[in-house]
Unconditional design. Sequence first.
Length: 94
Amino acid sequence: MDEHSTVIHCILLIYITDRYKMLTSDTWPTWNGGAQQGCQAILSHTGFLEDVQFGKTKLFIKTPKTVFTLESQRSARLPAIVLFLQKVRFKLCS
């Protein structure tokens, strides 16, 4: 294995918690815990806890597939969230 075959993505913990919190009921709709605990809950629920290494403020992701899958799952959840918010807004405005 050469040095170019291993890619590690480094992402801030708070970013992961905020961006992907809708993927588990543990962190959605409100997460009041720490960023690392939120990341652990999200990654445990999605099955990627073994593919990461936690730093103090950053998360190191070993394979790009993890990032792509998290984004795909997020994209799949967004329409339902938008629809819910539209329904709430419609009820409040009528």
